[in-house]
Design a protein around this ligand. Structure first.
Ligand SMILES: Cc1ncc(COP(=O)(O)O)c(C=O)c1O
Length: 396
């Protein structure tokens, strides 16, 4: 019987991420969602979200995981028959294409495979060679969580694509707060994100930022069948600092606290912490002989660090042994499943966490390769000793 007496395994997956104790404590509260207490909470959350999205436009919290916000973005801002340009460079851009096709968009994909993100020059050249007469919407993922690529040229592309009069829709679920991202100054019309990644809040809330008049004008002209995700309803209720339907009130308290921490630290510093920590993890693992899955530094994500599995390890066994050492990491997905593992460098990971993460990876890789019999023997002792089930993650 597992009595859950021990701390849970370290979350080094690409979401959910570790949550600061202050944020956990803030969640133990619920108020009437049509009351002045809630109005105050709503205003604070929206202000905090405007700060992290870098927008003076509107931001709406949605009680749903990131997929809900992506769906809301597609439903409200894309019409059947719209020509939608999408760079495809991993699993979540493929999902975005699926969402778009389901609403009847005419999707034009520009494929970048699994190991590089689009660049401005290449995308522009490829689109111009297609001779497209019309692009109604440009929809993209900013940080591709599988395999771990960032679309660094997005600001330049957004500026150029406006010459087609296209709306710019961005999924930034996995890098908001963990890397530079600016809705207003980059010319983004609509962007979405969610709570459980770089903002270090619990999972289940997502956010949609609607920054421009053009976006609202488009939403007025789109008919879709969803009531829950209707942005026009959200907008109407936001005028009185409410959501149309019962939100996860306790999670909003947690999100207010998480956003408050980012404000106290300063967004610039919060992002810098992610960047420097990501660099440290990559440098440490490269020094230990591991190879990043994404070889190009410019494209490599800083919030999702993917590495080829060390030689001689069985991917399943590798992650299982990591878990036994108390660290959760992820396999890659889809076409690259079993070829790379992914580390979430998101939110609240301390130096102690990073040390644990790096030491565990290097240890397990060394054990598989028998590179240092003495060192390996020491770590094998750690894995071999008996732990009472109440404290052990072996049985899950
Ligand atoms: C880029 C991106 N978009 C969308 C999602 C979907 O988010 P969720 O799993 O919270 O529904 C994820 C989740 O990892 C993601 O990384």
């Amino acid at each position: 019987m597992n009595l859950d007496l021990a701390p849970d395994p370290l979350l080094a997956v690409p979401g959910p991420s570790q949550i600061p104790p202050r944020v956990m404590r803030a969640m133990m509260r619920v108020v009437d969602h049509r009351s002045p207490h809630f109005h105050r909470l709503y205003r604070d959350v929206v202000e905090g979200l405007q700060y992290v999205f870098r927008t003076s436009g509107d931001v709406y919290p949605i009680t749903a995981s990131g997929t809900g916000a992506v769906e809301a973005m597609v439903l409200n801002f894309v019409k059947p028959g719209d020509v939608v340009l999408v760079p495809v460079f991993g699993s979540f851009s493929r999902r975005l294409v699926n969402h778009l096709r389901r609403v009847g968009a005419e999707v034009v994909e520009v494929d970048y495979g699994w190991s590089s993100a689009p660049t401005y020059e290449d995308l522009k050249a490829r689109v111009e060679s297609m001779g497209l007469k019309r692009i109604d919407v440009f929809a993209t993922v900013y940080n591709e969580t599988n395999p771990g690529l960032t679309f660094r040229d997005l600001p330049k592309v957004a500026r150029w694509i406006k010459s087609y009069g296209a709306l710019v829709l961005v999924d930034n679920v996995s890098a908001l707060g963990g890397d530079y991202f600016e809705v207003d100054s980059w010319g983004i019309d609509v962007a979405v994100s969610s709570s459980q990644k770089c903002l270090a809040a619990p999972p289940v809330m997502s956010f949609i930022a609607v920054a421009t008049k053009e976006a609202y004008r488009k939403a007025e002209s789109v008919n879709h069948p969803s009531i829950y995700f209707d942005i026009r309803l959200m907008r109407r209720f936001a005028e009185r600092f409410e959501t149309p339907f019962t939100p996860a009130v306790n999670y909003l308290f947690a999100i207010r606290e998480a956003l408050g921490i980012i404000r106290e630290v300063g967004l610039e510093n919060w992002i810098r912490w992610h960047i420097e920590r990501g660099r440290a993890i990559v440098n440490a693992l490269v020094k230990a002989g591991l190879e990043p899955f994404v070889s190009n530094d410019y494209h490599r994500s800083n919030t999702v660090l993917s590495f080829k599995y060390p030689t001689a390890v069985n991917p399943e066994e590798f992650r299982k042994t990591m878990y036994r050492l108390g660290v959760s990491i992820s396999d890659a997905m889809d076409d690259i499943k079993g070829k790379a593992f992914r580390i979430g460098n998101m939110g609240y990971l301390t130096r102690r966490d990073v040390l644990t993460l790096v030491a565990a990876i290097v240890t397990v890789a060394a054990m598989a390769n028998r590179v240092d019999e003495v060192g390996i023997g020491i770590f094998e002792e750690v894995l071999r000793y008996w732990e009472p089930p109440q404290f052990s993650v072996d049985e899950g």
